[in-house]
Every structure is written in C-alpha cells, then in structure tokens.
Design a protein around this ligand. Sequence first.
Ligand code: AMP
Ligand code: GLY
Length: 424
Amino acid sequence: MKVLIIGAGGREHALAWKLSRSGRVGKIFIAPGNAGTAEIGENVDIAVDDIPALVKFAASAKIDLTVVGPELPLTLGIVDDFRASNLKVFGPSKLAAELEGSKAFCKDLLKKYNIPSAAYEKFTDADSAKEYLKSAKLPLVIKADGLAAGKGVIICQTYEEAVAAVEQLMEERAFGTAGETIIVEEFLEGEEVSILAISDGTTVVPLAPAQDHKAIFNGDKGPNTGGMGAYSPTPLLTPAMEADILENILEPTIQAMEDEGREYTGVLYAGLMIKDGFAKVLEFNCRFGDPETQPVLMRMENDLFELLMAATEEELDEVSLSWTNATAVCVVLAAKGYPGKYEKGSVISGLDKLRGQKDTIAFHAGTAEKDGAVVTAGGRVLGITALGTSTAEAITKAYKAVEAIEWDGVYFRTDIGAKAVQKA
Ligand code: AMP
Ligand code: GLY
C-alpha cells in the first residue's frame, strides 16, 4: 500500500516511522516533509495548504491512504476534497474540523451538550468585551476564536492585562480575522493532559494519555510554545479516570458532532485540565498532537496503518489497542529565540551517533538537507524520544542522547518529565 503523509513536523516524522513498520505499507510519501522523513520515504515538494496539488498528486501516485498532520489543511477542507475525488483520507471534514478552527463553535457545542469545560462569554465587539471585564472574576483567559498557531490564548491576572488582550486581538488584530470573535473564559487550575483519540464517526478509541510541556522555560514558565517535550503514560490519570473521560467527554463529543450533522472522523485531541480527579475540556484539536505523538507512537504495539484504515472504513469497533509498559519521553530541541524570532540554517551534528539505537529516536521537525548536511529549518528542530522501564530511566536516556546533538544556538528544557517522576 502507498501512504501520503501531509506535514513537515516531528509529528509527521513519527507517523512516517510508525507507518513504515507496518507490513502492509510499501511506500511512504511526505508532503513537504523534512530531513528525517526523507530517510523513511520520499518527500514531495507541495505545501500543506495547496490542496488541489495534493489531490492531484495522490490521484496520480495512486495513494491508498492519506494521513493529514496539521490543522490548517483540515480546516480548509482537504478531507472533503480528497473524498470528492474518491481518495481515502484520515482526518475530519471541514465542518468537523471547526471543533479546532473555531473556539466559539467548540465552546457552544460543549455547553449545549453538557460536556465539562470552563464557563465563558463570547464577544464580537471590543466595547462589550471591555464592559464585561469590569466585573469579571480574575484571573481569566482570553482566546481568539480562530487559528492563531497556538498563540491566541492570553492568561490575564489583572483587569489591565485583560483590556490589553482584548485590544490586541480585536482592535490591533494581532492574529487577523482569528480575533473577530473572542472568548473570555474562567481560569481553570490543575494539571494538563492530552488524550488523542481515534474516531470513525461512531466509535472512539483513545490512545495512551500523554502530558505536554507547553511553556518555553523550565518549571513550565514563560510563553507557551507548540510544546517543548512530552511523555506517556502519565501518573495523573487512573484507569477509572480514563474510563470517565471516555464516557463523559470523548463519546458525548463524537455523538454531539453527529447530532449536529458534522460527523467526526480522524483524531480527536482533547486538551484536558485535571483537578481533584476530575477532567474539564480546555480545547479540542482535530489532529495528532505535536510532540505528544512521538512518545505515544513509540509505545503503541498495534499496526498504525491498520488502525487508521479501520477508522476510515468505520471498523473501529473491531480494534483493541495494546501498549508497552515502558515510558516514553520526548525532549524537544529548539532554535534559540523560539517561540519568538530564531535563526535557520545551522548545521546539526551528532545525529549519526543515534542512528540504529532501538529505544532512542531523533524525530526531526524543522530540519532540511543542505549540501549533504542536516541543517535547522524551523523553531522546533528535533524531538529526541527514548523508551525506558521507568519515567526516570526514559528521561536519563533521552537527555544522554540530547548530549550527542549539537548546533550553534540549540535550546532545550532540562526538566522534561520531572513532574511525572515527582508524582510517581
Ligand atoms: P488552548 O489553545 O485553548 O488549549 O490554550 C492553550 C493553553 O492555554 C492551554 O494548554 C492551557 O495551558 C492554557 N489555558 C487555556 N484555557 C485555559 C483555562 N480556561 N484555564 C487555564 N489555562 C488555560
Ligand atoms: N502539543 C500541543 C499541540 O499539538 O497542540
């Protein structure tokens, strides 16, 4: 079988790596891919949002299954266009992807179907929002409705910060039309967990839970990034809590989407806040998480191709998943300056030292090949992921591998997974 993966990040390298281990997958194409995916399959130089070119390529290359990585093509309707051309594709339709594409849609749906989440108000003009803030309880969270590359969420401790956030989103339009509508939300305390679940529209199968370190600095301090590291499993959830999340959050959401005429297939990524053993939805994403996918797929014992095929053929009720008991920890190596301005083009050394290691993989994100060398080409550059018999061992193995890698301006957190060890 031939598979096309759309995207260029660490998530897509991990998907390519896992799919390449399936006995049923012959050839893998990645559009546009990175230097890591080029070692597994063939990179195709098409941008993730050039949907007509992607459809044309998939048809001419006779692709059996396309797996969409990032949210942008999903919210633009790539799945609808592939299906209209009779091409098999794993992901939600444009209407279903609105669950991530519009936070207002997501919050309204959660409220309508009584799915636990933070209380909120929705505004389409800055004056009403500012009026509301005068009497709102602090701290609070202000969110742009639309996609803002993970940066449209502002946590406000004071009234002045909240007013500034409204102005930034609605008046200065820092994220363009994404800020036409905003959500002002109750601040939730607790610890975050990511659950990536696979849905065929009716049945939903959660993957092993993971935790992501979103902040740029140690101790979960500083601005949020796409994710500086992740690990799976997490000591935060008991099997009873996982069952509760399936029954009270994931299944009702898939059912709600069906009731709304927006059948949801693909990955339903639930970002959850856990407090006192109880989960509330922070957000849904309509795709695999990055970097959560890297540790989660390293622990998966199933054939990923068969799982994704079962989801596209509405046969998920026949699937049961199994996981190694080992813990996987992923440490992201980023370019200095990320999530702000950073440089590209530095030569990365040491990758050859990790090649062939069974339990440690350097998943590439922002990398490119230049004159025979691998160079940095993005903010998040590599995700060094290791399996260990305990979280502590996986952390030690991952950081030992991190030591082997060097480039001018490498930055990483030194405490990935530490909070899980403290809890265990
Ligand atoms: P979102 O894109 O909605 O997940 O928000 C990004 C990040 O902002 C989350 O991962 C949380 O760390 C934080 N966040 C979002 N909403 C809330 C909330 N209601 N309370 C506390 N933190 C939040
Ligand atoms: N790691 C967070 C995300 O994928 O959105």
